[in-house]
Design a binder for this molecule. Sequence first.
Ligand SMILES: NC(=O)c1ccc[n+]([C@@H]2O[C@H](COP(=O)([O-])OP(=O)(O)OC[C@H]3O[C@@H](n4cnc5c(N)ncnc54)[C@H](OP(=O)(O)O)[C@@H]3O)[C@@H](O)[C@H]2O)c1
Length: 490
Amino acid sequence: MITPPRITLANGLDISRLVCGLWQVADMEKGGTALDPEIAAGQLDSYARDGFDTFDMADHYGSAEIITGRLLKRHAGSIRPPVAFTKWCPEPGPMTRDIVRRGVQQRLDRLGVASVDLLQFHWWTFEHPAWLDALHEMKAMQEEGLIRAIGVTNFDAAHLALALADGIPLATNQVSFSLVDRRAAGGLSDLCKATGVRLLAYGTLSGGFISEKWLGKAEPHHIADWSKSKYKRFIDAAGGWDMFQALLSAANAIARKHGVSISNVATRWVLDHESVAAAIIGARLGESEHRADNLKAFGFDLDTEDHGLLDSAFAALAPIPGDCGDEYRKPPFLTASGDLSHHLSTIPSAYETLPHEYRQGLRVSTGSVWEPIAGYSRAVRVKDMIFVSGTTATHSSNRCVAPGDAGAQATYILDKIAASISAAGGRIEDVVRTRIYLKDASKWEPVSRAHGRVFGRILPANTLIEAGALVGDYEVEIEADAVVDTTAAV
Ligand SMILES: NC(=O)c1ccc[n+]([C@@H]2O[C@H](COP(=O)([O-])OP(=O)(O)OC[C@H]3O[C@@H](n4cnc5c(N)ncnc54)[C@H](OP(=O)(O)O)[C@@H]3O)[C@@H](O)[C@H]2O)c1
């Protein structure tokens, strides 16, 4: 029997290169009726028997974890049981030991296992720094044997690099990657190649839009399923339906040449990236079935002519804005609903805002014991001006984040600055001046790149100073001044 090729991730986790995605379970259950877990587990079993034995879930994918738990029970004691990836996507807020352990334990309980094969962490806003606490606690749980491999999902290159530089042993990053959304082929792939983190690609078929079914079809305006609702937003962001049809035509010409399907061309293109371990293809259990066709992605190679055709189609498309995961963190939200309403009620500020005692203004506090002792605030707002303190990569417990890595520290610092400005009622776009103090001038480039990632379009006036005497493990300190544009729409 022909089965999908396999690949080994960190900690010897042996997986299928075609992972069966179960977000679709939540869509099928959105009316309020859960799938029958035994029938659905039987359907997963037929995937597993055909070599599609790796399943991707999340805490919010309806009853997917419970269904997979039933499947795992059927295979208890087998030499090669199915592999279960899940995700924990907590609401932003403090990530105490208890909160993290409760979140992970819920995954273990729902799956009915003693150890999660791959636990992927999602975080909604890097302005809230507790994501590092969560990952460190997950690392401790991995050392206790409760998690086999740790992954993240929807992390951009800068934050993936920061997590690694802070000592988190990440195996994977699950991101959108397709003919329509090629962001992951850039800096993120380079980082993955350099560090050994592997990408798990989702959206490879844009919810099914990248298939013969949609070739030459009129633009849909009423979309029933969440997955297609999400990827229609990607198609619109990439230039719209006509441009998408041109891409589909190019993929179709390649498919006809090789005697395969358009979906096979799309899957092959994604899997051919060295950084990609596997493509996750969504399955509507009991409704539609594409296993036999998806296997054909491994029966041909894309040649130079094929790449030329695809590259010409890409050149006509607009790039999806931002880096991987931005679609969950800033407008335009490329989610099923077009915002975060399916996921979150509010995003709390990381910092406390207090009236300023001596000024008609306010001050932002981290709650650090040092602020009253040393007499400073995280930031101060006077009228429309916000002054953000010289900011170092100090994490809540007075720990220096990513010791020795100036670029990673700059990423962390710039999130703190953005959070301080948000707490004071401004936006990062309001920054008009930054000052960077660098311990070792030879490390200017990663810091400048981190600054450019945030300020590349905002273009504040800037000063870069070598300051050989920064205290402790700090490589860099940054301060910022902002003038709030009170006329800007929020
Ligand atoms: N980490 C994240 O933030 C995130 C976000 C989204 C998804 N995901 C993961 O990725 C998985 C993949 O789902 P997705 O939403 O991205 O959708 P997708 O995999 O791009 O598309 C899945 C759909 O494509 C169609 N399809 C599959 N194989 C086909 C073939 N050979 N020919 C024609 N059509 C085919 C099917 O549609 P029909 O059933 O209509 O035929 C299927 O439901 C999810 O289940 C989830 O596990 C993760």
